[in-house]
Write a protein that binds this ligand. Sequence first.
Ligand code: IVH
Length: 673
Amino acid sequence: MAATQSVKQKVERLRREIREHEYRYYVLDEPTISDRQFDRLMDELKELEAKYPELVTPDSPTQRIGGETREGFQAVRHPSQMLSLDNTYSYDELKDFDRRVRERAEREKIEYVAENKFDGLSLSLIYEDGALVHGVTRGDGTTGEDVTPNVRTIRSVPLRVDPAALKNLGLPKDFEVRGEAVMTRKAFEDLNRQQDESGGKRFANPRNAAAGSVRVLDPGITASRKLDFFAYFLYTDGRVPLKTHWEVLEALHDMRFSSSIKHAARCESIDKVIEYCERWESRRDGLPYEIDGVVVKVNSITLERELGFTARAPRWAVAYKYPARQETTVVKEVIWQVGRTGTLTPVAVLAPVQVGGVTVSRSTLHNMDEIERLGLHVGDTIVVERAGEVIPHVIKVTRHGHGEKPQPPKNCPECGRPIHKSPDEVAYRCVNASCPAKFRESLLHFASRHAMDIDGLGDKLVDQLVEKKMLKDLADLYDLRLSDLESLERMGRKSAENLLEEIEKSKEASLARLIYGLGIRFVGERTGEELAEHFGSLDDLAKASADQLMEVADIGPRVAESIVEFFSEKANQELLRKLKKAGLRLEEKEKRKAPRDTRLAGKTFVFTGTLPNLTREEAGAMVTSRGGKVSSSVSKKTSYVVVGAEPGSKYDKARELGVEILDENGFRKLIGA
Ligand code: IVH
């Protein structure tokens, strides 16, 4: 059928509209419609072009593959220079700093603010009319890179600051906030694990990972990297708009930034600053993110202005750096450990060395690529670093010995069967399902605190149970008797009884814990919870197809495939049967009955904030009783986000993703209640 004039006009109109929105989105970064609305326009155009192929032109927006990518970042000049700080490495140097400040200020005593020195990437955020308009990296201090779309994905960066809060603080709606983007150690380790699995490059430390995640051209990648932002400066028209730095931190807090105030302290003298440094040196391992020192700032802004800057750094602030927790030692040998999923991990056995008060005698080398990167051989002298709770790792080789380059073994060091390597993975793997090393690791994982939490089932015991062939699969744990356990080394009657009690108690663990405990590849704690909530029973989960699994928020094809593969294994089906027989909880306590009403089937709702007339439970029940689902996090798969008073970050996320947003009335209308 030939296209009529009106179809031609419609196609042209759609293209014009789409181009305009693309320009707003990609170039101006000021979209005026949601992604969903944008997709609808695009779908409409695609449909018409499919129907009337003669209308397709090379410049139609449908002909662009993957959309326009940005070519590098735009350079942006900072409103005022982003300088660095002078470093000090001893308390004497800190006292010198204090003396210089007191002399210049002609005062006896100076009040300081001591803050954590976050180890990340500094950013300048520009707000106009209360809304975030630019996020810029420090760059060379004068000019940085415009990374706005990426910065917008950081949840702790408010996209808009409440005008009422600004008014209360007596602040204008145009301002600049400076602070540090950081990655928690947990997010860093998860990221490196993912990089290992996908064959990507590992990041050396959370700081590199944070910097690398902000400076990527695809904001989708930044969004997936879970960054945080801590604010420590506020400027209006290039000036600090308050009397003290402490007030700045308080104001940032009121503006709903994560400000460094949480761990900062006002110190009446440098001695108090030193006490703060000492206190945090021992506590810093307990923080979720890395700090590399303390930043000391003069509290009075008037004094700050008086003191001014040297060419490089402010005179009113200084950094006190903690000693690096690195030491030099020698690699004695490299051994290969077999993990739960059969992955072989090279581990460097080191001449024991004290690193920041802890003896380190082993360090993971992660995989073959890492060994190549380091150029490491047995006998080499290396630098090992211990950062927080992170497992010690080798930073670099400083001197070569005369040893061999480590090579992955041809056969599994535990079961002797041949090792496999698939071309698209860095890792070498033992694929023998009954490899004792794999089984030992899965037992330890099953018993771990966040899984079935079987206290007392540790390394030594598991080794014996596996070696003596007392267990062949996880379910055999539930057949252990007192006499079996008593026959083991270092196992008295009392501990055997305790262990049996713990094992018995674990039968009551939630379905989510059990799913996590099974050790399915890519299924972590959170995914375990989501699967338990969605399927309600292990049987239903085991029967689910990859498509059905992908209906669960946050589950992609890779995870879905891994779950299907797990439950299609004969041995695992047998395991399920045995677990059921042992009396484990294979269902959610209150199994959701299959809803008769299916009006909301396939729809996922997320609630945030307080609704005027409904509690969360009531609203949730209204959804599930109509066959819909309630999820706790917003993703592209979320159908609606229902927003009440004082909504949390889920609201921002919904807006970011273009998910439809409803208030209580809209919600009631939609579901017909
Ligand atoms: S104030 C004039 N406060 O450390 C620059 N910086 O070594 C004053 N940093 O570039 C910076 N935490 O990236 C300040 N609480 C904090 C900080 C902090 C981390 C970083 C920042 C700065 C570098 C200086």
